[in-house]
Design a protein around this ligand. Structure first.
Ligand code: SF4
Ligand code: SF4
Length: 670
């Protein structure tokens, strides 16, 4: 992690992490010298260990759902085209797009022959035989919609008037001899394509949910010339037969969506650009700078983006786990499953019906369609790969590949029997099939959390965005392992057979916090969602960590004070079901999250925790003191209050407060 010197607190989200507004622009796009686009091929039959092949099915799945039905009940949303542009660009940045631009769509940008990913047909064939066994509410609707999408005839974009273009920079190429990077050779463009596709497909779905037509276009399935659109949308300049972005250069991938939704376009870039100057080098009030643009510029991929190597490792987690006494419980005891079955009362059951808590806000609903589709890819039969037996080498390669794809933290541990549910969602007993667990965490993002209360209308989309990212990237890692000849399953929020918090502890990704089931990471705080890939691939294990959190949480009650449902205890830790923990009332928490009227779900505890940090150099003394001088914990917690941290920053509020009505239209909330 390269710490930033300047905060970007005063920068609206729609401007993005790069200072695009400082570039020279002109009224008409350059048309000469734009290279012809070429589809990207994800087939690597002669390289069984290439990560490109492991991405292929997920890319095909996104291509299969790049289009869909338009909500007939049109939303009541702002008419102002500038506000619309700002909103959708901010949604792109919330989804981690490095750069977003908007242009009008002219027929000159149509491809003569649209591209269609050949993997879609292979996938459609495979999916006829794949079943889900998840209790996730609303999954039946998602599966029916997916089947329709696979079989739908190609749609046209003739009446689309605008395009939103997403530019994703490539990760750096692996260095000669860099540990763990053997699978990554030549995969940079495919990784950018995969991530850009995720954002374009989600946002196209979002616009359709609002009631306007939209279709995503990727480097594997497209109706439009993405290069031409990138120039028109002010993201790139044609130069010497290539496309150049002033901050990134030529190493980037593109995706776009086209739509009937009217927006204000960006102005195209001028051919001659001013020097980027010291403000860019230092990152003056922008998240990205010349120094931190690539988190792996000075780090090996397997090390990850944060200095995990500086953490103190211990033989056992800092909270006691009485392993022989941890009972295995059925999946049916999961609080959201219980809500659906009516165990928490009729109001909660109603709130959970058909995934209403996610459907009620359009951004989360837009993310959930893809999340549901990926359930079909998270498990499968092992391939006939080379079955590498080098446990340390396999662990390095898994970590390097996960970080290359964009996971924020990865830890590897044993996967003991007591971490598995006793019965799956169908009631079938689980005989733990895998001895190893690869735990992954995804940052929920500081910026949007800063503009939110934690329990307002963007809250559910913050969770869903992180769950979706794991489903995509964890799903690719599980596929990679299967391609190599081992068994592997990604355990996602919609379908998982393991309890994730103890695995996060065993793999050194965090410590138990007062929030109870939330494991807190020293670099991301509690602002995270997790996922786990289990496997029988031989893997070296990591050790748990100790960064002083037990003393800190013992002296800080901020989350207990801020929790709107009173679910978090202000008391001491106790033993529960074999775990030493601060026992939160998960029924109160689930009830609040599912039934809250003033928003959609909740993450207020994560937002208000003093460990929810922006990643600035100025925060370094806090982190150091919190980790090394536990005696200061109560003072640091008070200081956090005095500095006004955990409050609302209106500059960062980009989403529209819309709620679904009984006709399915998204309407402004009272
Ligand atoms: S708010 Fe305080 S008590 Fe709660 S998890 Fe964060 S540090 Fe621990
Ligand atoms: S998610 Fe909300 S309701 Fe649940 S513990 Fe956190 S603050 Fe409380």
């Amino acid at each position: 992690m390269t710490l930033r010197v300047f905060s970007d607190r005063s920068r609206p989200v729609h401007l993005g992490p790069y200072p695009l507004e400082r570039l020279a622009r002109q009224d008409t796009p350059l048309t000469d010298g734009i290279p012809a686009p070429r589809p990207l091929d994800f087939q690597t039959p002669d390289r069984q260990d290439s990560l490109i092949g492991a991405m292929a099915e997920h890319q095909a799945m996104m291509d299969a759902i790049r289009d869909g039905l338009v909500n007939k009940a049109r939303a009541t949303c702002p008419d102002d085209p500038v506000e619309r542009s700002n909103h959708l660009k901010a949604f792109g940045y919330f989804s981690d797009a490095p750069m977003v631009g908007i242009c009008r769509l002219s027929p000159a940008a149509y491809l003569e022959t649209p591209w269609r990913n050949p993997g879609i047909d292979r996938l459609a064939n495979d999916l006829r035989t794949r079943q889900t066994k998840t209790l996730a509410s609303g999954i039946d609707l998602i599966m029916a919609d997916l089947k329709d999408s696979m079989e739908a005839p190609p749609s046209t974009i003739q009446d689309h008037s605008h395009a939103i273009v997403f530019l994703y920079d490539h990760p750096r190429a692996p260095r000669d001899g860099e540990p763990g990077t053997g699978w990554l050779t030549g995969a940079e463009a495919h990784r950018s394509c995969l991530r850009a596709s995720e954002t374009a497909v989600v946002l196209a779905n979002y616009i359709r949910l609002l009631g306007w037509d939209a279709k995503a276009h990727t480097q594997t399935s497209s109706d439009v010339d993405l290069n031409r659109l990138a120039v028109a949308a002010g993201l790139a300049i044609p130069r010497d037969g290539d496309l150049v972005n002033p901050f990134i250069g030529t190493r980037f991938g593109l995706a776009a969506l086209t739509t009937t939704f009217e927006m204000t376009p960006d102005r195209p870039l001028a051919r001659r650009q001013p020097g980027l100057g010291p403000r860019w080098w230092l990152g003056y009030r922008t998240a990205k700078s010349a120094f931190n643009r690539d988190p792996y510029a000075r780090r090996a991929f397997h090390m990850g983006p944060h200095p995990f190597e500086t953490l103190k490792r211990t033989e056992a987690p800092t909270t006691f786990i009485d392993e022989p006494r941890v009972p295995r419980v059925p999946k049916r005891t999961d609080m959201f499953a219980r809500a659906q079955f009516g165990d928490l009362g009729p109001a909660v059951q109603e709130g959970a019906k058909g995934g209403h808590y996610a459907r009620k806000a359009a951004p989360s609903m837009a993310e959930r369609r893809m999340l549901g589709a990926f359930v079909l890819l998270q498990d499968g039969a092992p391939g006939r790969g080379p079955r590498p037996v080098d446990a340390p080498g396999n662990a390095l390669a898994i970590k390097a590949a996960s970080y290359f794809l964009g996971i924020d933290a990865v830890g590897i541990s044993r996967c003991p029997d007591w971490t598995w549910y006793s019965h799956d969602a169908t009631g079938t007993p689980i005989d733990p099939p895998h001895p190893n667990a690869i735990s992954m965490i995804v940052d929920q993002g500081f910026e949007t959390m800063e503009g939110a209360s934690g329990d307002d209308w963007i809250s559910v989309a913050q969770s869903m965005r992180a769950y979706l990212r794991f489903s995509l990237l964890g799903g690719v890692i599980a596929q990679q392992i299967r391609n190599l000849g081992y068994s592997a399953k990604a355990h996602t929020v919609l379908d998982g057979d393991v309890l994730q918090p103890p695995l996060l502890l065993l793999s050194g990704l965090g410590e138990v916090s007062r929030i109870g089931e939330v494991i807190l990471n020293p670099f991301l705080g509690p602002r995270l969602k997790s996922g786990v890939v289990t496997t029988d691939m031989p893997l070296d294990h990591e050790k748990p960590i100790d960064f002083g959190l037990q003393a800190f949480c013992g002296a800080c009650n901020k989350c207990a004070r801020e929790c709107p449902s009173g679910a978090i205890t202000a008391g001491p830790k106790l033993m529960f079901n074999g775990y030493e923990t601060w026992k939160s009332d998960s029924q109160k928490c689930a009830t609040y999250r599912i039934t809250t009227q003033g928003g959609a779900m909740c993450g207020r505890c994560m937002k208000t925790c003093p460990w929810n940090l922006e990643g600035l150099f100025a925060e370094k003394p806090f982190r150091w003191a919190a980790m090394t001088l536990p005696v200061l914990a109560p003072h640091l917690a008070k200081l956090d209050d005095r500095l006004g941290r955990g409050g609302l920053n209106p500059v960062k509020k980009w989403w529209w407060d819309l709620e679904i009505d009984d006709k399915g239209a998204y309407r402004p909330t009272p």
